[in-house]
Design a protein around this ligand. Structure first.
Ligand SMILES: [Zn+2]
Ligand SMILES: [Zn+2]
Length: 126
């Protein structure tokens, strides 16, 4: 269940995307992998279960998007129950500078040109 947004500077045309949340699972070596939506994308994913959620959000200091964990499930949940019940979301912060990452940026000043503002919004919900 992810929302995809596109943000474009109304002056210089700089564009990037934010999207999330995405289910993830832990692979054989403990590495984070996309689980797939709306069905598990592999048998490995299905067996592992959903270990948490990530989001792809924008750091206004680094001027980059990062995919970061916003919730962890221990033990893993299945892909239906992971959306039910209470959620205890972690604020997305930049892994490089620690700033709060932004998932929605309407009217945020563009870092590239300093003239424009970011316009845009939701393009797709899956
Ligand atoms: Zn710009
Ligand atoms: Zn940053």
């Amino acid at each position: 269940m992810a929302t995809y947004c596109e943000w474009t500077c109304d002056s210089c045309g700089y564009m990037f995307e934010t999207n999330g949340p995405h289910e993830f699972y832990l692979g054989a070596r403990g590495e984070r992998q996309r689980y797939g939506h709306s069905v598990p994308r592999s048998e490995e994913a299905e067996k592992a279960g959903v270990s948490g959620l990530t989001t792809v959000a924008y750091c206004p200091v680094c001027d980059e998007t990062h995919e970061v964990v916003i919730e962890e499930f221990d033990p893993p949940r299945n892909f239906i129950t992971c959306w039910l019940g209470a959620h205890d979301l972690i604020e997305p912060t930049c892994p490089e500078c620690g700033s709060r990452l932004l998932e929605e940026l309407p009217y945020v000043p563009c870092l590239r040109c300093a003239n424009g503002k970011l316009m845009g919004g939701v393009v797709k919900v899956t």
